[in-house]
Design a protein around this ligand. Structure first.
Ligand code: NAP
Length: 246
């Protein structure tokens, strides 16, 4: 058996991020799970992984804080010596119409979703460049492609992630580091649970596959993008949206 690989998942405590951590763990990766609050039993996730002989490092850090991020990556490297796959998944929404959107609502979403992706990527690529190997997957959204009323801040952050992904893919290709984004549509997680039932039903009707997606369906694509099975794919944005955007 070869050397074990290591994945770092930001916002890995819940929703899509948790499912991503699980799918890599199932496939023999050691896992670094980042989170920011105490709302999830992250120790429970770690215990579950360790029972399956997967090493799991939990790191509480705010991805929008450069000091936190620097410490997080140092800790991960100290433990595992490398990061093979980075999944920039941590993200928030602060939805409201532009007229009601406060400067704080705008800044917070940009800081966590977009600046957080920049900060973590910058620290991790230092190590990936030395190894001349790596795969980075960023969480965009279909909203970053087509826009959405009531989500100007979120859509701007996700459109920013798409531009960031393509630029970094061009910069890092010569170092054998691939960078891609996934753009999920409506996925069943805490982020979408807050939507009213009638809104969900309305959304469902607009999706060709007539249902919301699952975190697992997003994680499967993220896993593929992290492995050598996707070795000739970089700089792409892959929609996972039941056909919403085509
Ligand atoms: P979620 O269930 O709300 O989970 C968000 C995760 O991000 C949690 O693990 C949370 O940690 C973490 N997080 C939030 N702020 C953070 C910060 N400052 N630093 C570090 N971690 C932070 O979200 P989700 O639905 O799984 O979404 C995951 C990603 O997919 C996001 O980028 C989202 O924009 C994107 N996405 C989701 C959908 C969807 O329909 N759900 C669609 C398109 C794109 P704590 O548990 O500690 O709070």
């Amino acid at each position: 058996m070869g050397e074990r690989k290591v994945v770092l998942v930001t916002g890995g405590s819940r929703g899509i991020g948790k499912e991503v951590a699980e799918i890599y763990a199932e496939n023999g990766y050691d896992v670094v799970i980042n989170y920011v609050s105490d709302r999830t039993d992250v120790e429970g996730i770690k215990k579950e992984f360790e029972e399956k002989k997967v090493k799991c490092l939990l790191i509480k850090a705010d991805v929008s804080n450069s000091e936190d991020v620097e410490k997080m990556i140092e800790e991960a490297i100290k433990e595992f010596g490398k990061i093979d796959v980075l999944v920039n998944n941590a993200g928030i929404t602060r939805d409201t119409l532009l007229m009601r959107m406060s400067e704080e609502d705008f800044d917070k979403v940009i800081e966590i979703n977009l600046k957080g992706t920049y900060l973590v990527t910058k620290q991790v690529t230092k190590y990936m460049m030395k190894k001349r190997q790596g795969s980075i997957i960023n969480l965009a959204s279909v909203v970053g492609v087509v826009g959405n009323a009531g989500q100007a801040n979120y859509a701007a952050s996700k459109a920013g992630i798409i531009g960031f992904t393509k630029s970094i893919a061009k910069e890092l290709a010569s170092r054998n580091i691939r960078v891609n984004a996934v753009a999920p549509g409506f996925i069943e997680t805490d982020m979408t649970n807050i939507l009213k039932d009638e809104v969900k039903e309305n959304i469902g009707n607009q999706i060709p596959l007539k249902r919301m997606g699952t975190a697992r369906e997003v994680a499967e694509v993220i896993y593929f993008l992290g492995t050598d099975k996707s070795s000739y794919i970089t700089g792409q944005v892959i929609n996972i949206d039941g056909g919403m955007v085509m």
